[in-house]
Ligand binder design. Sequence first.
Ligand SMILES: Cc1cc2nc3c(=O)[nH]c(=O)nc-3n(C[C@H](O)[C@H](O)[C@H](O)COP(=O)(O)OP(=O)(O)OC[C@H]3O[C@@H](n4cnc5c(N)ncnc54)[C@H](O)[C@@H]3O)c2cc1C
Length: 389
Amino acid sequence: MQARNILVVGAGPVGTVAALACARFGHQVTLLEAQAQVDDSPRASTTQPPTLEILAELGLIDEYIAQGLMSRTFQFWDRARLRLIAEFDFDRLRGETAYPYVVQTEQHKLALMGIARLRAMPNAQVRMATKVLEIAQDATGATVQTESGELRADYVIGCDGGRSTVRKSLGIEFEGFTWPERFLVITTRFDFEAALGCCYRNYMADPEEWTNLFKVAGDDLKGRWRAVFNTRPDESDEEALSDAAVRARLARVYVPEAERDYLHLNLYNVHQRVAQQFRRGRVFLCGDAAHVNNPIGGLGLNSGIHEAWHLARLLNGGGDLDDYERVRRPLNIEYVQEQTIANKKRLEERDPLTREKRFDELRRMADDPVKHKAFLMRASLLEGARRLE
Ligand SMILES: Cc1cc2nc3c(=O)[nH]c(=O)nc-3n(C[C@H](O)[C@H](O)[C@H](O)COP(=O)(O)OP(=O)(O)OC[C@H]3O[C@@H](n4cnc5c(N)ncnc54)[C@H](O)[C@@H]3O)c2cc1C
């Protein structure tokens, strides 16, 4: 395969994976990042089995697992009555994948790992603090305008997140909607596993306000928890972030008064949107630049990494470049958009009868080995990945 000159915009986790995959295939790669440092705000951590398979192909898996926490199970709870409803166990995927578990590693660690590998490669360049302003293309290549000059490339991969300049510069619509509520992430050292008997990944339904609890390793590997809550649509940012409201939320998830101190707060707008096109000529969109979704189920970043790996293989001569959009766009709609919307509805159901019906469905699925495995195949994105193979 002839070596190409590939420009990747955005050194988030998807951009670094795209750049690393292309560089390992022997292409000349430049990774451009607007910020001087990698963004370390608390976002994705749940890494699904097919994503772990890709990280293994990229030679990152041991380091990745060493910087995170392995988690075999996830649980659904009824928060109001502190009832465990159902538990799902990834071990049921043994035989389907070499990684029958998820790994909870914060997304900035993946970006940092990828950047370190790229810096050690003679055919790769990482340029931080280099913001892309505009993209144009002609018959022989693409021209990228940055704050510090102009660059040419055979192909450009836009991994510049939900507000993607690359997508806007191409005039591609970002179709979908924004939820009226925001999601609040409270990071705390409070040990929910010891206090509630839950596992490292928990989805707690409640008609008024749901909570999701995840344990992550933290940069110091000492462990900390992220408690994610929906805000009320009429709640202002100031109110949601106020100390009193944060402590009240921790109280509602059974944290005793003396232990309601927290390390970090983050408030996010939440969207379900998919770009009308994933490719325009020599320019491709990957990750959040191509689609965004609510984080319930841990699918957004995972699907972005699958796209980056798929595209790198296509650009390396592994198939028709048109397959990228033809395959990835419907996969995102079917597996990521549909499941994350269903996951959110399951947590916030208000009608008591429907709530109990949903809980019963979950129990029945968890109790039936065939349904249990089928649910995990879909929820982990393994079903879509295997369909593609
Ligand atoms: C609370 C929360 C929890 C989540 N949990 C999960 C989870 O468990 N699992 C999961 O799969 N997903 C999860 N997600 C989603 C996940 O965080 C995103 O899908 C992920 O960040 C997408 O990565 P990305 O590299 O595409 O974009 P980003 O992480 O947004 O990175 C884009 C990069 O591009 C840079 N950039 C932007 N504009 C330019 C420009 N003009 N020029 C150069 N660089 C530019 C930015 O500075 C940034 O570094 C969660 C999200 C939230 C909010």
